[in-house]
Design a protein. Structure first.
Lengths: 189, 775
């Protein structure tokens, strides 16, 4: 038997194993994340936009409470507050303006919320409803690549890449369809 | 009787019947409720136009119930997609109001003409800098991904303003999973607007079938149920219900009548002889209405049931009065004066209903008149031509002594009944119970459960049931829009005062051309705008050439042709405008639906200050008022009919005593009937009134026959026999109608069966005593 055929056989044997291993990692990561009930953290965000001559920087605080409460409180350069609780998104602006909207009524916003919230909640079913999830690494150093399933969403979003260790999210990188990207780094408070 | 003469009458009858049949077959049947609304009122006319062909009549309300929430949402999207691809629908809304890309681009291209925030200050250095800083903040937000595409060509954010206006509108149903749901979440809601009028039954039938098919495809494999309502759907369902109900009721009633005839006269011949006047009445009535109106109203059909009841009386008079040694023709000649008078009273009663102001009522009147004439003529001339001269029903008539007992005059009973009637009248006058049904829906031939579903869906959808609105009619669309703009400013002020929650207007989406020209004039010239922008951008991190598309767009907008209603034809934008601004009989009509009006009367009273010729419509109050007006007119006509009946009875009898004897029982019967109806908790509607007119006719008939100056006691027995048969058959038939689920048939059935019984008792008790005690 020649080498090529051996290789092929080897691949056929190993491929399900490898896939199974990745799947296994994802399950473990999701479990670890699900075990976390509250998170309080600082974040730094850098946005690189084609429209601007220099990147936009912002920073603030993140709060999470299992299973469905997530708050992104921007402090710099101007205060802004985004709170998601269940199906409701509340936006509070620096000028005191406030908007409440139901996520289910805004299908273009929900994927962004779930990328972060469902990941931290370890809610794989919800995550996979919006994204194709590719997992790399191991439970100690993992990376999830979320590719949107909805063709509407792919028009402006290429992927969201999340890196972390065990039950902690370190970085969230958003890759937009037009080449713009933003990177959020999360550190414990 | 010679052969040619003997056969000429049946031949003539047959020819006439065939002719009438041909006319009837060519006459379309319509279920248009608006035929019953008076025609000589400008507000009513506007309302009618809305009721008849306005956008609201073309709405189909759809509910998807059962299954899981996401099942329903998915089915809602799939169904909406399918229906949007169907050219028979001008609009399909399910809450998924994201404008298609092409329409977003249209809106974007026209933003400087459409946006209300465009004014001279909008493009100053300060305003531009503020706007740019705002855009920069938005870029920082997590939501910027979706919004930033418009930024380079629209730094002042006009598109955001336009989208906010588009998504605003009047209150819309709550959304779940991106589509409309009922407040409790158990059904997904859709709204489809058909191109065809709600009263174009053939088209509506197709549309309903199309929705069913689309639903079957969209919901395959799920346990979701389809619920549908709306004027068109109800009209088709009503037609089906009326038809099936009328069919089985008429079969039952026919069987009952045949049994009565067979039982009483023991002769098959009476059955088909009795059917001939009835057939003649139906054909002649329908053909006359068809010839004069070109269409038959479905309710006229329902009413034809009552005519059937009365036409059986004429042959019964003949059958019961047959005696040995007298030819059929001789019996008829002897009965003729009374029969003629009976027919004449009914005819004149119905003549009162014929008025050009009310096509629906006129149809009922004409139908009955033609039917009565045909039935009487058939009894008088066709029946003797079809029977041997000495034919008699085999059953001996008037043999029982019980008849004589019944016929003994009982003045005391008569006085009691008369006194009782007076007492009831007094009580009615004193207590003044709620008498009239002013809900126009009660005229509807639609069964209650369907109406309840309709109300439920309407309540769930919220928006389409517009209770309060302001209507503007203008010679052209531009004038209508300009006046809407003035009114909108006035309404804004009233809204600020808290007099109402909100309003909608075509001008919100599409400003008048005058307003658009005004905005164009306010746009800065390219050089100045570029300079202002340059200054405003200093120290901000935007790339230098980023806003070139903005400069180009403003320059282009300065010379663009203003947007007109036609430019948006066939789009979602156009559909939204079409609901609020549409061509009408006298030019264009703009509607401004209002929501949350605190005090409609005060707002209506203040309206002339803003626009002298705008009309404030409180649809519910207005329809109730129309129903009341209509009832008042019908009542007036009823009075005229009653007066005509008195006149013709006087003309026929020429003696006040006889007139009183013939009419008093009928009046007593009417009083008792109304009292009984009210006692049963009924409210009087059009159908009750029309049926009461019929009761009056029947009561006068009974009174005339009972008070006939006849010396021969045997003949009196014959009369009693005839009237017993008439009363018995009428009671049987109308009691059957009274159990019908259709409000119209129920009302007619109940009223007539009560009325017939009351008439018979009153006539038997009062007619003879009055003649005899007075003579």
């Amino acid at each position: 038997m020649n080498r090529g055929l051996w290789w092929l056989l080897w691949w056929l044997l190993c491929w399900p194993l490898a896939a199974g291993a990745a799947d296994d990692t994802l399950t473990t990561v999701m479990q670890r994340l699900a075990e976390v009930k509250t998170v309080e953290a600082h974040f730094q965000e850098e946005k690189n936009l084609a429209m601007l001559q220099q990147p936009l920087h912002s920073s603030g605080e993140l709060y999470y409470r299992a299973p469905a409460y997530l708050r992104k409180r921007t402090l710099q350069p101007q205060p802004e507050d985004y709170t998601v609780d269940g199906d409701w998104l509340t936006v509070e602006m620096a000028d005191g303006g406030r908007r409440d909207l139901a996520l289910s009524g805004h299908p273009q916003i929900q994927p962004f919320v779930e990328a972060m919230r469902a990941t931290q909640a370890g809610d794989r079913a919800t995550l996979e409803r919006f994204y194709q999830v590719d997992c790399a690494g191991d439970a100690a150093h993992w990376q999830l690549r979320l590719t949107p399933r909805d063709p509407m969403a792919t028009r402006y979003l290429t992927a969201i890449v999340i890196q972390g260790r065990h039950g902690w999210i370190d970085r969230i990188e958003t890759l937009e369809a037009d080449g713009d990207r933003s990177l959020m780094t999360v550190t414990p408070r | 009787m010679t052969w040619p003469r003997r056969w000429s009458i049946p031949l003539l009858w047959l020819l006439a019947a065939l002719l009438c049949g041909a006319i009837v077959l060519k006459t379309p049947v319509v279920a248009d409720l608006t035929l019953f609304v008076p025609r000589d009122d400008p507000v009513a006319e506007l309302l009618l136009e809305q009721l008849r062909s306005g956008p609201t009549t073309r709405l189909i309300l759809i509910g998807l119930a059962g299954g899981s929430e996401s099942d329903r949402a998915v089915a809602s999207r799939a169904l909406a997609d399918r229906l949007r691809a169907d050219h028979r629908f001008s609009r399909v809304a399910n809450g998924d109001d994201t404008l298609p890309e092409t329409e977003l681009r249209t809106l974007f291209a026209q933003r400087y003409l459409l946006s209300p925030t465009v004014d001279p200050q909008r493009f100053s250095v300060d305003a531009l800098r503020t706007a740019l800083q705002q855009r920069l903040r938005e870029l920082q937000s997590p939501l910027s991904v979706v919004q930033k595409r418009w930024l380079p060509a629209d730094p002042t954010g006009e598109m955001l303003t336009l989208l906010r206006i588009w998504q605003g509108g009047l209150r819309a149903p709550a959304k779940r999973l991106g589509v409309w749901f009922a407040p409790n979440g158990d059904r997904a809601l859709l709204l489809a607007e058909t191109r065809a009028s709600g009263y174009d039954l053939a088209a509506q039938r197709q549309v309903v079938t199309a929705i069913r098919a689309a639903f079957a495809a969209a919901s395959a494999g799920t346990p979701i149920r389809l619920e549908m309502s709306g004027p068109g759907v109800l009209a088709t369902l009503a037609e089906d219900t009326v038809r099936s109900e009328a069919e089985w009721l008429s079969v039952l009633a026919g069987l009952a009548m045949i049994s009565i005839l067979l039982l009483v006269y023991r002769s098959v011949r009476t059955v088909w002889l009795g059917a001939l006047p009835m057939l003649a009445a139906l054909l002649a009535g329908a053909a006359t209405v068809g010839l004069l109106f070109g269409q038959l109203y479905a309710l006229t059909f329902a009413f034809s049931m009552t005519v059937l009841g009365e036409t059986l009386d004429y042959p019964s008079y003949l059958f019961s009065h047959r005696r040995a040694g007298e030819t059929v023709t001789a019996t008829l000649i002897q009965l003729w004066p009374t029969m003629r008078l009976c027919a004449a009273t009914t005819l004149l009663g119905c003549l009162a209903m014929v008025t050009p102001a009310m096509p629906g009522l006129s149809q009922l009147g004409l139908f009955t008149m033609a039917g009565i004439v045909a039935a009487v003529a058939t009894t008088r001339w066709l029946l003797p031509a079809l029977t041997p001269a000495d034919w008699r029903p085999p059953r001996p008539i008037g043999s029982g002594a019980w008849m004589d007992t019944l016929l003994i005059p009982r003045p005391r009973l008569a006085l009691t009944i008369g006194g009782g009637a007076l007492l009831i009248l007094l009580m009615l006058a004193l207590t003044a119970p709620p008498l009239w049904e002013d809900d126009i829906a009660a005229l509807s031939p639609i069964p209650r459960p369907l109406l309840q579903l309709d109300q439920q869906l309407r309540a769930d959808l919220g928006a389409p049931e517009v209770g309060q609105l302001i209507a503007i009619t203008a010679p052209d669309a531009e004038t209508a829009l300009q006046r809407s703009e003035t009114l909108a400013r006035w309404l804004d002020a009233r809204q600020a005062e808290g007099l109402l929650d909100g309003y909608d207007a075509a001008a919100r989406y599409l400003p008048s051309q005058a307003r658009q020209h005004q905005r164009q004039a306010q746009l800065p010239d390219p050089a100045r705008l570029a300079e202002n922008l340059q200054t405003a951008m200093a120290e901000l991190p935007f790339k230098p050439d980023l806003f070139a598309p903005f400069l180009a767009a403003v320059a282009a907008a300065r010379n663009a042709a203003p947007v007109q209603p036609d430019d948006w034809r066939g789009t979602l934008l156009g559909a939204r405008i079409g609901l609020l601004l549409s061509p009408s009989a006298h030019g264009w009509t703009a509607l401004l639906p209002l929501s949350g009006v605190r005090d409609p009367q005060a707002l209506a009273a203040a309206l002339p200050a803003a626009d002298g010729s705008a009309i404030y419509l409180d649809l519910r109050a207005e329809t109730s008022r129309l129903a009341a007006d209509f009832r008042a007119t019908a009542l007036q006509r009823f009075a005229v009919g009653a007066a005509l009946i008195v006149a013709v009875v006087w003309w026929g009898l020429r003696a006040w005593r006889a007139v009183a004897a013939a009419l008093t029982p009928a009046v007593i019967a009417l009083i008792f009937t109304v009292a009984l109806l009210l006692g049963l908790g009924e409210r009087l509607s059009l159908f009750h009134l029309v049926a009461l007119l019929l009761v009056l006719g029947i009561g006068v008939d009974y009174g005339l026959f009972f008070s006939r100056p006849v010396a021969d006691p045997l003949l009196r027995r014959h009369t009693l026999h005839a009237l017993l048969v008439c009363c018995g058959s009428a009671l049987t038939v109308f009691a059957m109608l009274s159990v019908s689920a259709l409000p119209a048939l129920h009302a007619i059935g109940l009223t007539v069966s009560l009325g017939v019984a009351a008439s018979f008792i009153a006539a038997l008790a009062a007619a003879r005593p009055m003649i005899e005690t007075m003579s």
